[in-house]
Design a protein around this ligand. Structure first.
Ligand SMILES: [Fe+2]
Length: 400
């Protein structure tokens, strides 16, 4: 079947984005720093170009922990098409989606699954909207679909052949594989090389030791992909949850790489003031943020910032938000402690030892924080502490 025949069969059509709004002089919005990956020149000739990018990245990754990448080299038409596929998948009839639920339909009913495994939030398949309790009687309005091993072509193809995913997803498995593999092998590899330079460790260390892909699930760097569709809340619901679409949190993973879209809704805690501010839309960019794993590996030098998703400004209310996310984990047995890296930079900034932190593996942190996901509503959990580390940490200038 040709792509247009497939698109017709599965009702794949462009996603209708919210209109772009002018954010000039709007102090509720933060423009993220843009790392231009077209300026990344490969070894050995381009070391100056990489050093310049690393200097730029260091400022942002040690403060807000969020940045855009631009000119990252992926065919943007292909990415738009993949978004259209994601929309079709997330808008299948409920009775069809139910066949592929990742767990129980609500967090309350999913507790037993969670004790045994990943639970519905992180397991493969659909988490239906209404799964999480937010506040009072309000429940979330987010549909998401998780999938694993999309970067391992043969493994992913085999899983798709076993009928564990909806037909529309499997019909486009090559597109899913192409995008996620590219994000990992090109975007992530370059960004991690810049992180090596910042940390003054040999280029290639982070990617080679903790994030490389193999053709086997047991030896490959982990993580998962997610397609996510936020439906508008009613006015009444929005007022009860103070306009929050998804509660504030820091990510468990090392990196999250997310598509960028015109609707203003992702908010980060401003490093200067601590206030929640919208992340501005930068066309054709990806939004990257670091998560707990990389914060702990760098002794807290890199910041896994608190972020949440809020309803957009008035002009964009009523629109849906569709994002494609890659949650990237290091290898499970990575000891997420700064002594692992032996970085002279971390020594200079005094973050190379962190004696108050237990030397735990990524797997241990993932288990303890993963078990808390969705366990409560809108509030934050920065007071909870495990292995000497707070579950979530607010980072402000001079307020460490
Ligand atoms: Fe997140």
């Amino acid at each position: 079947m040709t792509v247009s025949e497939l698109d017709h069969k599965y009702d794949v059509r462009p996603f209708v984005e919210a209109p772009v709004i002018d954010t000039t002089n709007d102090n509720t919005v933060i423009k993220l720093d843009a790392i231009d990956l077209s300026k990344f020149e490969d070894y050995p000739e381009g070391s100056l170009s990489r050093q310049k990018l690393a200097d730029q990245l260091e400022k942002t990754i040690t403060t807000s922990g969020f940045f855009n990448v631009v000119n990252y080299g992926y065919d943007l038409e292909k990415l738009e098409h993949l978004k259209a596929v994601a929309q079709s998948l997330l808008k299948l009839p409920d009775e069809e989606k139910r066949k592929y639920h990742s767990g129980a339909p609500t967090a309350e009913e999913d507790l037993e699954n969670k004790k045994k495994g990943l639970g519905a939030e992180r397991g493969e398949g659909y988490k239906p909207k209404g799964f999480w309790k937010m506040k009072d009687s309000v429940r979330d309005s987010i549909d998401h679909f998780n999938f694993r091993d999309a970067k391992l072509e043969a493994v992913f193809a085999k899983k798709n052949s076993e009928g564990i995913y909806p037909e529309v997803f499997s019909a486009y498995q090559k597109e899913v594989n192409a995008y996620y593999k590219y994000v990992h092998e090109v975007v992530l590899r370059k960004v991690l090389t810049l992180c090596d330079i910042i940390l003054e460790i040999p280029e290639g260390t982070l990617y080679g030791k903790y994030f490389s892909l193999t053709d086997s699930v047991t030896t490959s760097s982990g993580g998962h992909g997610r397609f996510m569709l936020y439906h508008p809340l009613t006015e009444n619901e929005a007022s009860k949850v103070d306009g929050t679409w998804l509660r504030g949190h820091s990510d468990i993973s090392a990196f999250s790489i997310i598509t960028s879209q015109p609707i203003l809704s992702l908010q980060i805690s401003d490093y200067e003031s601590g206030e929640w501010k919208y992340v501005d839309y930068r066309p054709n960019s990806l939004v990257c943020n670091i998560g707990d794993a990389l914060e702990f590996l760098t002794g807290g030098y890199f910041k896994a910032s608190m972020h949440r998703v809020s309803l957009p400004p008035a002009k964009q209310l009523g629109y849906e938000r569709l994002v494609l996310i890659d949650f990237i984990n290091p290898l499970e047995d990575t000891v997420i402690h700064p002594t692992t890296l032996a970085s002279s930079k971390l020594k200079k900034v005094g973050l190379h030892e962190r004696p108050e932190w237990d030397k735990i593996t990524y797997k241990q942190w993932d288990a303890v924080k993963g078990a808390l996901l969705g366990a409560d509503g809108v509030g934050d959990r920065s007071t909870l502490k495990y292995y000497g580390r707070q579950i979530e940490r607010w980072h402000y200038l001079d307020k460490e």
